[in-house]
Design a protein around this ligand. Structure first.
Ligand code: ZN
Length: 85
């Protein structure tokens, strides 16, 4: 998983990700392991944003970001149950 690729779903160009940053469409060359790695990266980014927003007092937004983190981590768990390509 490296380099850039144009998304088949929305058309934006993605760099060093296994799934589209905008719409979540998988790269045509991504394996389940690649997708899990990207989902972990997204979970970490959402967690960092959650901590930042909580520190600013934006607790509603922080709560929402907590749900985003959980959704990404659910993806990681599901992807790890797939056989790697
Ligand atoms: Zn896309």
């Amino acid at each position: 998983m490296s380099g850039t690729w144009p998304c088949n779903g929305c058309g934006i160009t993605n760099a060093d990700r296994a799934s589209c940053e905008a719409c979540g469409t998988s790269s045509p060359t991504a394996t389940a392991a690649d997708l899990a790695q990207t989902a972990l990266k997204d979970a970490a980014a959402a967690r960092a944003a959650q901590v930042e927003e909580a520190a600013r007092g934006n607790h509603q937004l922080a709560d929402h970001l907590g749900n985003v983190v959980d959704a990404h981590l659910d993806d990681v768990l599901a992807l790890r149950r797939l056989p790697s390509a």
